[in-house]
Design a protein. Structure first.
Length: 308
């Protein structure tokens, strides 16, 4: 039902920002392939649906409040938990899309119309070969990748002998090379704090790592645990409160903790649940449903005021 609607996405960041790449550019490309009328940072005058993707607040605010009292259906897409000025966009949007259930629960106080839509593996190509040869956990070259915030957690958890892929890191981050750089490691560590912000993190880095065929050692936050259950990932590779990361790694190296996992089957499951095609199907489903409900409510309000 959205095929006859013009949809405009508004963001202040580009494809070099992971969330914008997945939640705007990849999605828009797939929608265009299917014949939808979709634009990015175009004029919203003729748009029936306008999607604001979490980025620079000042940039979004100016455009958002211009449209607030229009008849347009306003969506706010957010994949990080914030309790600051950005809450205004959560409060006043017609529909909010979060990246995980925990974040949705935190924002329900401010807006009841919230859906959940996770990430894709965010790889250079969905048919990229799995890591070959299989990781050598006895040698165990350890890596980590992500933003500066993710990297600070390596120091906070005191995880030793880790090479970092990031801007200005041991290995310079590049969209074209990051997947191949990750595949050079035997183990990727993905620590996360159990703060509200940490608990609201989606599974994007774990998802990407497993999709590439590389073992991951991860914290036991909700989205990592859910993904592990989905693909039957070894429980020993989930680090719980009170466990020492370095001790765990030593047990992996010595073979005391064994890694028995089928990456080919894992990729099949991940593709079935997280591919760009599947994510686009889900986006269309939740947006169509809420757009219909929104228009019905608006129609009933008009009818009510007409009768009285």
């Amino acid at each position: 039902m959205l095929k006859d609607k013009k949809i405009n996405f508004i963001t202040s960041t580009d494809e070099n920002t992971g969330s914008t790449r997945i939640r705007v550019y990849d999605l828009v490309r797939e929608l265009k392939k299917r014949g939808y009328n979709v634009t990015i940072n175009d004029s919203s005058k003729k748009s029936e649906i306008v999607v604001f993707q979490k980025s620079n607040y000042k940039y979004l605010r100016k455009r958002f409040f211009k449209l607030l009292f229009s008849n347009k259906f306003l969506i706010f897409d957010i994949d990080d938990l914030f309790f600051d000025k950005i809450l205004n966009l959560v409060k006043y949007s017609d529909f909010v899309i979060t990246s995980c259930e925990y974040m949705r629960e935190q924002y329900l106080t401010f807006n009841k119309n919230i859906g959940v839509l996770g990430e894709t593996p965010d790889v250079i190509a969905e048919d990229i070969p799995l890591r070959n040869p299989i990781a050598n956990l006895k040698e165990c070259k350890i890596g980590c990748f992500g933003t500066s915030y993710n990297i600070t957690l390596i120091k906070k958890f005191n995880i030793k002998d880790v090479k970092i892929i990031t801007r200005g890191g041991d290995i310079e981050w590049s969209r074209e090379t990051v997947d191949y750089d990750i595949q050079k490691f035997d183990l990727i560590v993905i620590p996360q704090e159990k703060t509200p912000e940490g608990l609201a993190k989606d599974n994007c880095r774990m998802l990407k790592t497993l999709y590439l065929g590389v073992p991951a050692l991860v914290s036991d936050i909700p989205e990592y645990v859910k993904l592990a259950e989905l693909v039957n990932y070894p429980k020993e590779f989930i680090v719980h409160d009170g466990e020492d990361w370095n001790e765990k790694i030593e047990k992996i190296k010595s073979g005391e903790i064994k890694f028995d996992f089928d990456f080919e089957k894992c990729r099949e499951i991940l593709y079935k649940n997280y591919s760009t095609k599947v994510r686009t199907d889900m986006w269309l489903e939740i947006v169509s449903r809420h757009y219909t409900q929104h228009n019905l409510k608006r129609h009933l309000k008009k009818l009510f005021f007409h009768l009285f």
